[in-house]
Write a protein of this length. Structure first.
Length: 83
């Protein structure tokens, strides 16, 4: 099964990325995921279910420990490409 995760962390700071946002991006970028896209207002990544769920667990723990007061996320099952 493949999953797509979309997430944001708050509070926002338009002048400089807060520590929780930097940590969340680092978690996603260092995970074994495909199609990682990070941006100032939202982030997405795709991968196998185990890899995505492991990354989400780490993202939640580390972002909250780094000052996030809210983490909004959505996880969707996506169709695997037929080869």
């Amino acid at each position: 099964m493949r999953l797509r995760v979309e997430f944001t962390t708050e509070p926002f700071d338009l002048d400089e990325a807060p520590a929780h946002a930097v940590v969340a991006r680092e978690v996603i970028q260092s995970a074994e995921l495909d199609a990682v896209d990070v941006g100032p207002f939202g982030n997405t990544a795709e991968g196998g279910a185990d890899e995505v769920l492991t990354a989400v667990d780490s993202l939640l723990c580390r972002a909250l420990a780094s000052g996030a007061t809210r983490v909004s996320l959505q996880v969707n099952v996506i169709e695997e490409e037929v080869r």
